[in-house]
Design a protein around this ligand. Structure first.
Ligand code: PLP
Length: 635
């Protein structure tokens, strides 16, 4: 557990159990070991054959834990409730979930259910998200907020006003000054009085990657002058009572409570000024940004970690709002937050399998040895003298000199090979000698490449796009010391499809040897804390589709769990159709071609039909090994 910092990023939900597997504590309670769910057992259940009581799903597998989600939501609410009580704050906390973070239907429905006692609402940033949010909120109490953010055209605003007319507590948050005219005109046309919010462009700047859109020159929101102009315009229209909410979002993963207090304080002052100008202010919406500790360091020094927990976050917000309002004698507003990452990151684990491993250093091939010294004797003069110097330095045990000669020799021979004056066997013999020298002096531990049954672009897009690191850990064999340093290479034909940076600044991951050398599977890894944004961003790169999904809840009985939903991943047919291909026509074309070619047309057709129906990741072969179903060139 220490090696992978599980106690740092995983607490209180993930731990290593006595069997050496990762267990999930669905209610975040370490004192209830009988409620722990062994991830390996979930994998066995989900991927085992149906004939043996399994669900027959293929990996990669996304395991969702709604109990964890419930615990996150309740912990967030509780953190604010405690901060409000202990500071004597005069209003309440009422959060919303920004659906952009993960639009999965069951996840959003779970949030609605778990958040119902607290009037938890939803935030939408597009028309499709608004439709989704409206539908889900029809089952919530009328106080739950429906916050409409994002760029808005007339259609979006019409939809938001319809939501208001349906008694959903809808707030149209202006991101641009021009949106006001459309809101005013559309509300007059529909005869619906809007509730309006303003998104303020704060001066407070979050300097991390996620803060690039914050600050005075940020992409979103209204400047001070624009805020004033909107307020004056609403006053002229006798609509200042419609202005009730002030919103800001300084970026995701806010690194420290100092920066948070600064931003909230600035926004709270704008809130108070709007109240002074006559707006009927009721709500301060502090946006998202509540961070999580991806690397378990709690350092707050990078995008990978934040230096605070839920309680400190809530306390800093409540105090900053209170300070500004008390100074200006303005009533305490409802505090709304749009926490996405902090709410949904922990609730799912992506499990994938290492199917083979290769060492990045070439192994000395015994077949070269019988004549390698003859080959080396045939090197050109300059290379030959380097070779002799290398041997002499090695015999004298001069590590550094040997390594230098090895590098020199290698480079020279590569040049000779490119010039066409060195044969392939000679170059291979040089590689072997140089590798032996570096092994002898243990210059660099060989790093193995583990091929994992996954598309990085589909399942961990932020790693590739913005360098975001997620904890990746074997989910079993943690009672054995990992002896290999490994990097992960996915199954796409893209050179970027590899994970070679890990939390804690490591360039390799401690891994176990695969049990049956090359080819066979059985070594499972989990990618944790990826419940936010990764599913929403992942595309169909290389036409690898979505993973299989299971929802796993804690059940009665010691360490028992129930799989309450099992969804197979997208088939080849599904992903092809998503790109406007017509799998039925493709099948017919290929079938006819097989018939014309005169082979065994019936078995060809059966194999084709099977392929269209399987997941685009891997197909099991009769011998229990795997083969990759993909093609194409490296990008
Ligand atoms: N609200 C707005 C307006 C956002 O742009 C975002 C994400 O960038 C969020 C909320 C969610 O932020 P987070 O996931 O950091 O909580």
């Amino acid at each position: 557990a220490k090696l992978y910092r599980i106690d740092g990023w995983g607490a209180p939900y993930f731990c290593v159990n006595a069997a050496g597997d990762i267990s999930v504590r669905p209610h975040g309670d370490a004192t209830l070991p009988h409620q722990e769910i062994d991830l390996m057992k979930v994998v066995k259940k989900a991927s085992g054959p149906k004939s043996a009581g399994g669900l027959g799903l293929r990996l990669p597998l996304l395991v969702r834990f709604p109990d964890v989600l419930k615990h996150r939501l309740e912990s967030l609410q509780q953190a604010f409730d405690v901060a409000i009580r202990s500071n004597g704050y005069g209003s309440r906390y009422q959060g919303v979930y920004p659906v952009k973070c993960n639009q999965d239907r069951y996840l959003v429905e779970d949030i609605m259910e778990f958040g119902a006692p607290f009037d938890f609402g939803l935030e939408a940033g597009s028309k499709a998200e608004l439709l989704l949010a409206m539908t889900c909120l029809t089952r919530a109490r009328p106080e739950a907020f429906l916050i409409c953010n994002g760029y808005k055209d007339e259609e979006y605003i019409t939809l938001a006003l319809i939501a208001r007319s349906m008694d959903l507590n809808t707030v149209i948050v202006l991101e641009q000054e021009e949106e006001l005219d459309t809101v005013v005109e559309t509300s007059e046309r529909l005869g619906v009085r809007p509730v309006i919010g303003l998104r303020a462009k704060l001066r407070t700047k979050h300097s991390g990657h996620f803060g690039s859109t914050s600050g005075e020159k940020g992409k979103f929101g209204l400047s001070t002058a624009q805020i004033l102009s909107v307020a004056q315009k609403l006053q002229r229209l006798e609509m200042l009572d419609c202005l009730q909410l002030l919103h800001f979002h300084i970026g995701s993963q806010i690194p420290s409570t100092a920066l948070l207090s600064d931003g909230v304080g600035e926004a709270a002052n704008i809130y108070c000024e709007l109240a002074r100008l006559g707006a009927l202010m009721r709500v301060i919406d502090i946006g998202g940004g509540l961070g999580i500790d991806y690397d378990g360091s709690r350092s707050g020094g990078s995008d990978m970690s934040v230096g605070y927990g839920l309680d400190e976050y809530a306390n800093a917000v409540v105090r900053a709002v209170m300070l500004a309002c008390d100074r200006k004698h303005v009533g305490h507003p409802i505090i709304c937050s749009e926490s996405g990452r902090a709410l949904v990151s922990h609730q799912s684990v992506l499990i994938f399998e290492a199917v083979s491993s290769t060492t990045t250093k070439s192994e000395a091939s015994p077949s070269i040895w019988p004549n390698h010294s003859c080959l080396l004797d045939e090197l050109a003069d300059d290379a030959h003298s380097d070779y002799h110097n290398l041997i002499a330095a090695t015999l004298r045990r001069e590590n550094e000199t040997s390594v230098q000669y090895a590098e020199k020799l290698k480079q020279k021979c590569v040049d000779h090979f490119k010039d066409g004056i060195l044969g392939l066997e000679h170059l291979a013999a040089v590689d072997v000698v140089c590798d032996l020298v570096s092994k002898e002096f243990d210059v660099a531990d060989p790093v193995k490449t583990y091929h994992v049954n996954l598309s990085l672009f589909t399942s961990i897009p932020d790693f590739w796009a913005i360098g975001q690191l997620f904890p990746i850990v074997p989910i079993h064999r943690l009672d054995q010391r990992p002896v290999v340093k490994g990097i992960l290479s996915d199954l796409t034909c893209d050179s970027d499809g590899k994970v070679d940076r890990f939390i804690g600044g490591q360039s390799s991951l401690p891994l176990h040897e695969l049990e049956r050398g090359g080819g066979a599977g059985g070594y499972y890894l989990g990618m944790f804390l990826g419940g936010a944004y990764q599913e929403a961003l992942g595309g169909l790169h290389n036409l690898f589709g979505t993973p299989s999904v299971v929802r796993v809840s804690q059940a009665d009985g010691p360490r028992c769990f129930a799989v309450t939903l099992a969804v197979p991943g997208a088939s080849c047919t599904d992903v092809l159709r998503a790109m406007q291909h017509e799998p039925e026509v493709m099948f017919e074309t290929l079938k006819q071609r097989a018939e014309c070619a005169g082979g065994d047309a019936v078995s060809c057709a059966l194999a084709l039909a099977h392929s269209f129906d399987t997941m685009p990741y891997l197909v099991s072969e009769a011998n229990g090994g795997y083969s990759v179903v993909s093609g194409g060139d490296e990008e």
